[in-house]
Design a binder for this molecule. Sequence first.
Ligand SMILES: Nc1nc2c(ncn2[C@@H]2O[C@H](COP(=O)(O)OP(=O)(O)OP(=O)(O)O)[C@@H](O)[C@H]2O)c(=O)[nH]1
Ligand SMILES: [Mg+2]
Length: 386
Amino acid sequence: MVLILRTLFAKEFKKPRNYLRSKFIDSVRLHVKGGTGGTGLPKFGGLGGQGGCIYCVGKEDANLKNIMTKHRGKTITAGHGEDSRKTKIVGNPGTDVKLEVPLGVTVYREDGKVLGSIDNEDDTVIIARGGPGGTPQNNFLGHFGQTHHIRLDLKLIADIGLVGFPNAGKSSLLKAISRAKPRIADYPFTTIKPNKGVMIYSDKRQISIADLPGLIEGAHVNVGLGHMFLKHVERTKLLLFIADVKGFQLNPKYPKRSCLETVLLLNQELELYNPELLEKPAVLAVNKMDLEGAEQTFNEIKEAYRNIEHILHKIPEEIRPEKCISFEDIIGISALNDKESIEKLKLLLRKRLDDFADENNPDIVDSSKLFRKHTAMVREQGPQLT
Ligand SMILES: Nc1nc2c(ncn2[C@@H]2O[C@H](COP(=O)(O)OP(=O)(O)OP(=O)(O)O)[C@@H](O)[C@H]2O)c(=O)[nH]1
Ligand SMILES: [Mg+2]
């Protein structure tokens, strides 16, 4: 009997997968209801109070898990507007509800419409308006507030996103360049949720960097953890690819991939997820350069990327991307054993981010460039006389 019941309810008893048990939650659905407006008092021209509204407010230390545990399966309702009375002709408005959400959240309505996004501390998005109170225009009858099913979708905001196969040393690198304390171990999928760290430079400049769970070939058909965390690199300004100089093999059933092959496979997985990601500036760090024979592999990769489009036909079709990423830099590092290489990488990342910011912000005018342009013009045309 017990056995039959067990098999019948097997689905109910099944434990959630690791990543569902993890504390990181990046999407939450909520049912929200604005407050109803108070009733007016026609005899004295009294006005009902406006119903309260529901807002999302950006807070650096908030997280979606708290919202989920607090409001799951419930309707969040704002306060109702006060009715007009003889002793209080104008009713008080209903109390608003403010939901603190982490930065990087986009709010979607049930029909897919984007209600707004929260990128900075104290950014506010209204998710359900309260109904108007009773006035002569509506025959002194208060209206219901808006009711919506909304979805809060979090995409981490970091300057740099780390992409790599499992075991490549992404978390080791994050640990080496920031104060973050990610889990590091010699088996694939040690990291099952994104982590964020901040690199601090000697002049107090801060650059944030997000470590993601490893990607493997076939992620687009949900192999490994699939593409589920890739959305978190969409909002980063630069992609930092980490490749293990010795390549990767998930288990003997899968083919062994060389370092170059893993880079091409990452390229392909990103392309399948969202080709626009390939337009982002990207840097390739070949890790574990302390291992034997690393120098030779590193040189081969550098050589290959000198003209990758031309050698693409030599690469097996199943790992050949449509479009190859052109890396800004290819650098050899050892996250565990070579602090100097990490310092070099830190400076390089900063430089690339600054170059990118200059290119994309025409308001920032490089005065030295302007000066050079001006002197060249003066040399050509002679000084302008007014
Ligand atoms: N020899 C050597 N080993 C390294 C280096 N960097 C990382 N490792 C080792 O590589 C293994 C994997 O490191 P992680 O930092 O956990 O790799 P990861 O890319 O975060 O892996 P996942 O979280 O599973 O995706 C660990 O045993 C590290 O000690 C390095 O520079 N040299
Ligand atoms: Mg990791």
